[in-house]
Design a protein around this ligand. Structure first.
Ligand SMILES: [Zn+2]
Length: 67
């Protein structure tokens, strides 16, 4: 007869999802860091240039980047 004791060896759930996210002090949402690429047209040589930057997106400014 096998006696199962509850909590005998409680499996410790490894916290693999470490919360590294920064939360916005304004809206409280987790700030996403996204690579934002904007295209710039230069009329001089008729070429398109790409300008990329890292932006921090949260509820406050999401509408500026996601339309
Ligand atoms: Zn915010």
């Amino acid at each position: 007869m096998v006696k199962r004791s509850k909590g005998g060896f409680a499996e410790k759930v490894a916290k693999s999802s470490v919360d590294l996210k920064i939360h916005c002090p304004v809206c409280g949402e987790a700030i996403e860091v996204v690579k934002y690429i904007s295209t710039i047209n230069s009329p001089e040589n008729n070429a398109m240039r790409f300008k990329e930057k890292m932006i921090k997106v949260c509820k406050c400014n999401r509408s500026e980047f996601y339309k």
